[in-house]
Design a protein around this ligand. Structure first.
Ligand code: IPD
Length: 273
């Protein structure tokens, strides 16, 4: 119900701000870094502390809600989306940036219900940027309504992607070949290091396109709603529907741009979340 959605939203915003203080504190200190699957997949004490804080607080208030969290999944929890209200959490998106004190990092928090996103918060506590959205109620940055860029020609567009590549030669070949094609056709390419913030930049009209192979559900769960509520499109890189678990995403200010990207991009199948 609308009342429930508002309650979840208020809670999400409050806990994201509290988590932001933990991230900001960690950002200014020496980081304790561990490697996950490969040398570019990192986790810090802050990622773990933030996820524990967020899940702990949410389960006190909403004991029957479910969770999908980056660090819980890394620790062996099942990554499963049912019809029940599910909080999808990336405690620190842009962990590599966080580790290097590059201030493009955030917490991403979404509530999905009946397999649809209904509440989203992406909060960068270092630069004090808070992106929010509720289903059918628009998207906002620090309370100001967002709308996507009006450009619809790739040659006039900023295109964001990440060349953060798992050291899998087949995947790297596809990602770099795609990037070379895009570089030739777009106005400018950007690789900033946080999938969630990249999507929010499409929502705010600062970039026209973002795509990536290899992302996870927690990277896009919140920002996909923010992009759509700002008037943009979110889909699979094949042009098919956006699938939270399929490890690929394409966001664009409009369908015309998305179609130009679909024609250009080759896809690569990762194992699903
Ligand atoms: C990563 C970042 C990065 C993207 C990766 C993500 P994490 O998230 O968003 O920009 O290239 O695909 O997994 O690990 O920092 O939460």
């Amino acid at each position: 119900s609308a009342e429930e959605q508002q309650q979840w939203f208020d809670f999400a915003l409050d806990i994201a701000k509290r988590a932001g203080l933990v991230i900001k504190d960690g950002f200014e200190k020496t980081k304790t870094i561990e490697m996950k699957d490969n040398p570019r997949d990192l986790v810090t004490d802050t990622d773990k502390a933030v996820e524990a804080l967020v899940i702990g607080e949410i389960s006190k208030t909403f004991p029957d809600h479910k969770f999908i969290g980056e660090e819980s999944t890394a620790a062996g929890a099942k990554c499963e989306l049912t019809d029940s209200p599910t909080w999808i959490i990336d405690p620190v998106d842009g962990t590599m940036n966080f580790v290097h004190s590059f201030p493009y990092t955030c917490i991403s928090l979404a509530v999905w219900c009946e397999q649809q996103p209904c509440v989203a918060v992406v909060h960068n506590p270092i630069l004090d940027l808070t992106y929010t959205a509720r289903k059918d109620h628009g998207a906002f940055l620090n309370g100001k309504k967002l709308s996507v860029s009006l450009k619809d020609d790739l040659s006039q567009s900023l295109v964001m992607t990440e060349l953060w590549c798992r050291p899998d030669p087949a995947k790297m070949a596809v990602a770099t070949a795609n990037a070379m094609k895009v570089i030739k056709k777009c106005h400018g390419p950007r690789c900033m290091g946080s999938a969630a913030l990249n999507m929010c930049h499409v929502a705010q009209g600062a970039a026209e396109v973002y795509y990536e192979i290899g992302i996870h559900a927690w990277d896009t769960a919140a920002a996909s709603l923010i992009v759509r509520e700002a008037g943009g499109v979110v889909m699979d890189m094949t042009g098919g529907p956006y699938d939270l678990m399929n490890r690929r995403v394409l966001c664009a200010a409009n369908l015309k741009l998305a179609q130009q990207m679909v024609e250009l991009l080759e896809v690569y199948d990762e194992d699903r979340d």
